[in-house]
Design a protein. Structure first.
Length: 197
């Protein structure tokens, strides 16, 4: 591993730019977060006011300052379209999770998520020297599960009654992973998908 404490990177590709979350992104995130479909499967209800969205940003920044998460803003053509994070940071084990990913529906299916995952996985494996990258979602979230499988991640199973989300709703979580031995194959698959966009 290259460092005992990982820092939030800025990652840029042809379609997307990921940069560390900051308070200045709150207005763009507010606009990107207005479609209820974006929040259907996230652990918290959709923020209904600017103050609620700013509280979400503040919480993400506090978790970052504590070394728990590395939140990023997802931009396309200079416009904020969503957010994602590195979380479950375990440099001592060479393991990290990519999660808390959400995008405005206008960015669904256009390659933004594909390139973001390529950039994040590449950073985890090639810069941080990770052995394992985890992804998980609500077991009922067929869209997200399909996206993880399309990335090339391996399904590892369902954790039943894994967490309580939103207002006390049960969530069974579907777990996926990519390990370092698989990264070259996964990388080529993602590059191939992007070439057709």
């Amino acid at each position: 591993m290259t460092s005992s404490r990982w820092e939030a990177p800025t990652l840029e590709g042809r379609l997307v730019r990921l940069e560390p979350l900051a308070k200045r992104h709150a207005a763009g995130l507010w606009e990107a977060s207005r479609d209820p479909r974006t929040w259907r499967w996230l652990p918290i209800p959709q923020p209904q006011t600017h103050e609620e969205l700013e509280a979400w940003v503040d919480d993400a920044l506090a978790r970052s300052a504590a070394g728990l998460d590395l939140p990023l803003v997802t931009q396309r053509d200079g416009e904020v379209v969503g957010s994602t994070r590195f979380l479950a940071l375990r440099p001592e084990h060479g393991s990290v999770e990519i999660g808390w990913t959400w995008l405005h529906p206008s960015a669904w299916g256009g390659g933004v998520n594909v390139e973001a995952k390529l950039l994040m996985l590449g950073h985890a494996f090639e810069v941080w020297g990770c052995r394992r990258v985890e992804l998980k979602t609500d077991a009922l979230n067929e869209r997200s599960r399909g996206a993880m499988e399309a990335v090339g991640a391996t399904f590892e199973g369902i954790h039943r009654k894994h967490m309580l989300v939103r207002d006390g709703e049960n969530r069974d979580s579907a777990w996926y992973s990519v390990v370092d031995d698989e990264w070259p194959r996964v990388r080529e698959g993602l590059i191939g998908r992007l070439a057709h966009l």
